[in-house]
Design a protein around this ligand. Structure first.
Ligand code: DON
Length: 314
């Protein structure tokens, strides 16, 4: 279903829209590639891909949709589902809130009273979710996370070891968050191993196409549209999409749901995944980020796509 950017004969009306959006936004120079994880600063700011996958397995793509990059925070939405499956909704809700924080993704903040992180999409909540994964299950935690994320992609994913090492060498703010979670009893153990698992989880390598299929799996109640495998239980899908709707784009979540109207999650690797429940998934890849840590082109493409294909949920 893929045609080269600029191809005069897109194969379908959806591809025609993708090509037009690609041309409209490809020369955008705004935004900065993330560099607080030093290895991410090597990303090519011109890389750009857009992909839509439908729940019946059609894939439409334009641009750099097969180029690998790290999933980063997009993993948080999915691993939250694994934590829910492992521990059950009640325990997870006791330890991780579902309120938008209105703060930056790496804020050092916990809810007054309970000490729980505001939500599972910010680093504090994602580190907590990672620490709450079942340690007695067969296989290491990172092996389970990798297998779980691979189920959403429909292929075996791997870890970018250079990005992992780079974040592990510099991620002291996240270590502070981990120890804070230990201090208030949200985590029961020394968080060192949890933090390394979290850094590896963020360094899982995906493509823009993978993101669209991951989103389509969420749109399809947890069933991968191509492999037919169950990636996550349907009950967890509802929880995941709810927190993506309210918290997935951090302190831009309100504006996002107003303008785009789709549950979504971004990552500092430049990926954005958005879900139209029951219908389709969208993946966009473009490394330059705005002040909130969301891909500039990712936000613009999804805003235009939502308007031009009438995808807004409300
Ligand atoms: O923990 C971090 O800072 C990164 N591994 C992930 C942050 C991220 O992707 C925020 N997203 N837009």
């Amino acid at each position: 279903m893929s045609t080269a950017p600029g191809s005069p004969h897109p194969a379908s009306p959806v591809e025609a829209v993708l090509h037009a959006l690609f041309e409209r936004h490809r020369s955008t120079l705004e935004g900065q590639v993330a560099d607080y994880i030093p290895e991410l600063s090597n990303a090519d700011p011109r890389a750009f891909g857009i992909c839509i996958a439908t729940r019946d397995g059609h894939v439409y793509e334009v641009g750099d949709t097969r180029q690998p990059f790290t999933i980063q925070s997009i993993s948080k939405a999915l691993v939250y589902g694994l934590a829910l499956q492992d521990r059950g909704e009640e325990e997870i809700l006791r330890r991780i809130g579902v309120e938008p924080s209105g703060d930056a993704f790496n804020a050092i903040s916990l809810r007054p009273g309970s000490g729980a992180p505001f939500n599972p999409m910010i680093n504090a909540g994602a580190i907590a979710a990672c620490g709450l994964l079942d340690k007695d299950a067969a296989g290491s935690r990172i092996a389970r996370v990798l297998e779980f994320l691979s189920g959403f992609a429909g292929r075996a994913l791997d870890i970018d070891e250079a990005v992992y090492r780079s974040e592990s060498e510099t991620g002291h703010r996240n270590r502070a968050i981990g120890w804070m979670l230990r201090n208030v009893g949200i985590l029961d153990e020394d968080p060192t191993d949890t933090l390394e698992t979290y850094f590896r989880q963020c360094a899982v390598r995906v493509t823009c196409r993978d993101l669209a299929l991951m989103a389509a799996t969420l749109a399809n109640h947890g069933l991968h549209p191509v492999t037919g495998q169950v990636a996550v239980q349907p009950g967890a899908v509802r929880n995941i999409l709810s927190v993506m709707s309210t918290c997935g784009m951090y302190d831009a979540s309100g504006e996002w749901i107003y303008r785009v109207g789709l549950p979504a999650k971004s990552g500092v690797g430049g990926g954005v995944m958005a879900v139209l429940p029951g219908q389709l998934g969208i993946g966009v890849f473009s490394p330059p980020l705005d002040a909130q840590g969301n891909s500039v082109r990712g936000v613009r493409v999804c805003t235009d796509l939502s308007r031009e294909l009438s995808l807004h949920l409300f």
